[in-house]
Design a protein. Structure first.
Length: 154
């Protein structure tokens, strides 16, 4: 068994929760995250091992005011949805989103098998996520997130 600073990702608990209220929470479908960066004690950036089951989605379409975000697909296929449309990403492909770029994005697994990817982002103080269609997610601190739903549906 590996010991820190190394670890076996299977030993990190899966999180299947969502910060979204209904009716948005159920849209995430079968999505799990293992907070690898947190488990290794990282404080300046996060690394998540994400698995999207068939029909699952990563998040509501969003962009970050400050946080850079990077995703690397390990297995399966996901559809990347951005302001410019859709593209299919498979194993060995990646995508990056600079903080402040107003390109709302998310992943959807439209396939019949789970898709797994690494999600990396910095933990910029004061970062806000703007969600396409009328939601705003505000990070008050690195450990607290406030969600304020607006009246428009996604």
């Amino acid at each position: 068994m590996a010991k820190l600073p190394a670890l076996d990702p299977d030993t990190v608990p899966e999180r299947r929760t969502s910060i979204y209220p209904e009716p948005f929470r159920s849209r995430m479908g079968d999505r799990s995250k293992r907070r690898l960066g947190h488990a290794c004690g990282l404080t300046r950036f996060g690394v998540n091992l994400v698995t999207l089951g068939p029909g699952g989605q990563s998040a509501l379409r969003h962009w970050h005011t400050l946080e850079d975000e990077f995703v690397y697909v390990l297995s399966g296929e996901v559809v990347l949805v951005t302001n410019d449309g859709e593209q299919v990403l498979g194993p060995g492909t990646c995508a990056g989103y600079p903080g402040g770029k107003k390109d709302a994005h998310h992943f959807i697994n439209r396939g019949s098998v789970p898709a797994t990817y690494l999600e990396v982002g910095d933990r910029a103080d004061g970062n806000n996520a703007r969600v396409w269609g009328g939601m705003h997610i505000r990070a008050r601190s690195q450990s607290a997130i406030q969600l304020a739903a607006r009246s428009r549906a996604m």
